[in-house]
Design a protein around this ligand. Sequence first.
Ligand SMILES: Nc1ncnc2c1ncn2[C@@H]1O[C@H](COP(=O)(O)OP(=O)(O)OP(=O)(O)O)[C@@H](O)[C@H]1O
Length: 522
Amino acid sequence: MADSSAESGTTAAPAAATTENWVKKAEDQEISTLVGGLNIEKKDKENGAGGEAAATTQPAAGSAENGSHAAAAPTGAAAPAAGAPPPGASGEEIETVNPADASLLMKIIRKGLVESKLDLEVQRKDPSSPLHSVKSFEALHLKPELLQGVYAMGFNAPSKIQETALPTLLADPPQNMIAQSQSGTGKTAAFVLAMISRVDPRKNYPQVICLSPTYELAIQTGEVAAKMSKFCRDVRLRFAVRGEDVAKGERLTDHIIIGTPGKLMDWGIKFRAFDLRKISVFVLDEADVMIATQGHQDQCIRIHKQLPSTCQMMFFSATYEKEVMEFAEYIVPNPIIIRLAREQESLDNIKQYYVKCRDQNEKYQAISNIYGVITVGQAIIFCHTRKTAGWLAERMSKDGHSVAVLSGELTVDQRLAVLDRFRAGLEKVLITTNVLSRGIDVAQVTIVVNFDLPMDQNGRADCETYLHRIGRTGRFGKSGIAINLVEGEHNMKICKTIEQHFQKKIHLLDAENSDEIEKIGS
Ligand SMILES: Nc1ncnc2c1ncn2[C@@H]1O[C@H](COP(=O)(O)OP(=O)(O)OP(=O)(O)O)[C@@H](O)[C@H]1O
C-alpha cells in the first residue's frame, strides 16, 4: 500500500520540532535561563535534526515497516482509500505501546497529582526501627531556597508517597530506597527534592546523577529540577543527553547531571569528564521503562559499578514486576521499599453492550448510528491496528463526521495536539489504537466503542486491556457506556470470555433497546 501521508501533508514532523517544543515548554515555564543555556535547540539543528530523537521517540511508530500513516487530527486520515476493506486482526500487527512514549504522554497530559486512597506498604530490613512520616514540607527542614522552590511549584503538602519517602531520602546517614507507585503520584518531585537537597554547592564537581530512559524523559525530569532549584542559585544542573557534548579534556563543575545511560556512560567512563567515584546520590528513574529499552540495563549496571559503596541509591518505578525488582535488588543494597498500590479501574459504573455485526460494513453502520446519538459527551473508538483506525477515520470523514485519530506513528507533539483538540471538544469522536488504552481521563468521554475487541497476538481475549480501555477509577467514577462490535463466532467467544472474567453482563444492543444509548448520549 502506498504511503499517502505525504500527499495529505500529515507526515510526522521532523524530530527537531519535538525538541524545539521541549525548549519552548521550558521557556514557557520561565526556566529558559537554565534549560535555554543548554543550547539544545541549536545543537540539534547542527546535528541534523537530532537523529537520536527519532530513535527515542519513534520506535513504536514502525511506520517504515508497514508504510501506513494514519492522520493527525482531524480529518485527513491518509490510510487506505475509502471503501477498501478494513484489515482484519489476523493479517496485521496489533499496535503495541512503547513504554517510553506512553510514560511521556501520560506525564504531559496529566493535569496534576494522582491521589490515592490506598495504603502505602513499607518494607525495611529492621521493621522495629521507627519510620518517619511528614505532613508538611516544613517538617523536612529543607534549605529555605529549596522550600521556596517547592512552594513556588504550587505544592502545599507532600503527596502520599512523598510523606513517607522524603524523610528517608533526606535522612543521615543516607538510606537506599526502592519506591514504586503509579505514574503521577509524586515520585519525580520526591527524588528531585532529595537530589537538590544533597548537593554541596561549595564543591565544584558532579555529586548527583539521575538516569532516565530517553531524551524526552530526562528533559522532563530536568525541567522539574530546574523549577524546584530556581531559588537555589548556586546549584548547577547539566543534561547528559543527545546534542550535549563535553569538550576534550573538560572537567564538569555542575552538581547534578541528568541524562540517558549511554551519554552518561560516555561522559563518566569514556571521557572521564567527571569522577563517578565522587557521586553521592544515584537515581534511577522509570526503571520499568529503562529495562524495556534495549541495552539500557547493561549501561546502568556499568555506571553503577563505578560508584562508591557509600553512594545513596534511589530507584523508582511505576510497576513492580519481577524483572524490575530483580534489577532493583541488584542495584540497591539494603533498601527501604515503599509501594503504593494502584487504584484499580472497575467496571462498576459502566453499562456494557455488544452489537452483532455481520461484516465490516455493519460495524461501520453501528458506529455511524452511535455518532448520530451523541449530543453531549464524546466517544473513543478503539481499533487493533493503525490501518483500521485510518480506514475508519477516512470513511467517517467522507461521511461528514468530524473525527480525530491518534495512533502510534504520530510524534509526541502530534499526539498532544490531537488530544488537546479532543479535550477542547473540537471532535466528538477519537479513533485510536492501544496507544491510548491507559491513562485516559478525559472526563467528558461517555462512550467507549471497541471496534475491534481487545485480543492478544494469539487471538485470545485481552481482559486487562478491556479494563484499561473502558474502566474508570473511583476518581473518575462517572457512569459510562461501552459498546463492543462483535463480528463472527470468534468475536462472540471473546465477548463471552470478557463477560465471564469480570462477572458483569454484557447486554445485546439491538433495535429494541437502542433508546438506552440515546439516554446516555444526550
Ligand atoms: N506534593 C505535591 N502537591 C501538588 N502537586 C504535586 C505534588 N507532588 C507532585 N505534584 C504534581 O503532580 C504531578 C505528578 O507528579 P510526579 O511527576 O512527581 O509523579 P510521578 O509519580 O513521578 O509520575 P511518573 O511516574 O509519570 O514520573 C506533577 O504535575 C507534579 O507537579
